[in-house]
Design a binder for this molecule. Structure first.
Ligand code: SF4
Length: 216
């Protein structure tokens, strides 16, 4: 007998969206609090985080930040003025590569500490809950990416090296052709430097295999 609850409950999807929105608000507020003492804005902090260990071009950085080239250029200009980023000659004469300076590495460390409060909360979930949440997040991220709502992410499920459910071992059913190793859902990556996009057809086939085994 749940008619009372059925009558007063909003659809689950709406409450999940509301929950994500609340977390998003906290993240935005904490981003300012965390990035502020490091002397950078949240966008600059994100740029530092993306450049950490991965020098890249201005266009590449803009794409990964999901902002226009002009916005990325403004952020980078300020970071260069602060001595946190240097511009070096790129692969060809007209291109430049952005690289963190030692001071930039330090500031990136300081500015990236702000999600600590969130990781603490996530760690209260047990390993099964964490893995289920990771899979759900990957599904959301893939949908947002396909709809053009977020820039392309370097995730396993769109990678040409991803072979889902090709091993009998239920703990490690997937295979990464790049590393040539089996792996499990708990290893699914959200930002892999080796990721290379599969063709749309290959992505669709891999996604069908990945999700059909999930719902079976
Ligand atoms: S190369 Fe990286 S993104 Fe691609 S399947 Fe392997 S671990 Fe995942």
């Amino acid at each position: 007998m749940t008619e009372g609850f059925d009558a007063i409950s909003e659809p689950v999807a709406r409450r999940v969206t509301s929950g994500l929105s609340k977390i998003g608000m906290v993240l935005r507020s904490r981003a300012w609090k965390g990035a502020g003492p490091a002397g950078v804005t949240p966008t600059q902090a994100q740029a530092l985080e993306l450049l950490r260990g991965r020098p890249t071009s201005l266009g590449g950085l803009a794409a990964r930040l999901g902002v226009s080239a002009a916005t990325a250029s403004n952020a980078v200009g300020t970071l260069v003025e602060k001595g946190l980023v240097v511009k070096e000659p790129g692969a060809n004469k007209r291109s430049v590569t952005l690289r963190l300076t030692p001071a930039g590495e330090t500031t990136a460390d300081q500015a990236s500490e702000w999600p600590g409060f969130l990781s603490g909360a996530v760690e209260t979930l047990d390993s099964r809950e964490q893995t289920a949440m990771l899979r759900s997040l990957i599904k959301l991220i893939r949908t947002l990416q396909q709809n053009g709502d977020i820039p392309p992410q370097r995730i396993c499920v769109t990678c040409r090296f991803f072979q889902p459910y090709v091993h009998a071992d239920s703990a490690n059913p997937h295979h990464c052709d790049y590393l040539n190793e089996p792996f499990g859902d708990r290893h699914l990556r959200l930002d892999c430097a080796e990721q290379a996009d599969a063709s749309p057809e290959q992505q669709q086939l891999a996604w069908q295999r990945f999700t059909s085994a999930w719902t079976a």
